[in-house]
Design a protein around this ligand. Sequence first.
Ligand SMILES: *Cc1c(COP(=O)(O)O)cnc(C)c1O
Length: 408
Amino acid sequence: MIPRGKPDIGWADLAVAAARCLRPGDRAAAQRRVEAAWSPEGEALACLSVRSGFDLLLQALALPAGSEILVSAITIRDMTRIIEHHGLVPVPVDLDMATLSVPVANLERAWTPRTRAILVAHLFGSRMPLDDIARFARERGLLLIEDCAQAFTGPDYRGHPASDVCLFSFGPIKTATALGGGIVTVRDGMIRERMRAIQAGYPVQSRRRYLKRVLTFGVFKLLAAPTPYRAFTAACRALGREHDAVISGALRGFPGAGLMAKIRQQPSAPLLALLARRVTRFDPRRVARRTQVARTAIALMPGVDRPGTRAAEHSYWVFPIQAADPDGLVRRLWRHGFDATRGASSMSVVDRPPDRPELEPREARRVMDQVLYLPVYPGIADHDLARLARAAAAPRPAEAAPVAHETG
Ligand SMILES: *Cc1c(COP(=O)(O)O)cnc(C)c1O
């Protein structure tokens, strides 16, 4: 079974992090180091996660209750939960799913006098152009928050110069993961220092818990090869568990209830040290390889629909495709030995306010109802990629013509 992905972290990174967990270390110095490495201008704040940083931002902004935040229609569910926790209203803005961008006309439609900010998320490793969105935000006096959690490609891009706030995640499934951690750049120094002061009052993430995570991901790394992975999925089956659910559960950064208490912690010294290491030693060739593999896969499946076919820039953090029966296709791919999935990244469509039916994000919903993610990443053998493309493109038996004819 070809695993759905591999944690993007090396053994040396895990070893360094584990060693750091075993002794106290200077947390303040580690924090200064990673922030200076990220932003020599001093605009960065290192946090436990992007969700932590976003919550800090909303605390610091203290917007009037009922204020609205325009949110690009697909993001992880917790981001809108956090908005709601602050008594604010997330308002979805539908996407152009071919370019994975937010049309300004859609922002105009969703805007009201209560709108205070725009939160746009670059999706699946793509990066949308922000010039027009930034101009719209400036004209209406809105704060522009750019969510780059899925779009980290190294030092070449640290967020759009016109964004007021940029969010970068180093969570377990993200590029160059530190098994947690988020770096937030905030242009306004007063807001940033208010966020820093609030964070300084939080309890510190336990080094023991972080060590546990480091060791867990060591095990995941060992499992992320076809033979051990096949044994793992077989073991899940023998125990009466769906491997898909086991993995999603294990990857959840803040499992269970009480999200707000869990994200309101300061990053530990070892997490900050690993963050600094990942940021300063980033190897852009890995992203280049990933992009290359994705392009090969695309060329092998010309008839397959997918979001982002016309994205301006794409580094293919994940490889989503669309299918009429995505659950059926996932199961068929499992039978062919490919661990496709529908939901590893827990992304969802932002619900509209009940009283604004005209803002139903139809495009985003239509595509996400059909989406599944294929195991396309560096390390997949060419013949496996070709086999995957055939399995993903083949019609289901019910649809197949009486006389099977394969093209290509
Ligand atoms: C992963 C992700 C986040 C959350 O990042 P954490 O660091 O895990 O809190 C936010 N937004 C998007 C679009 C993401 O993909």
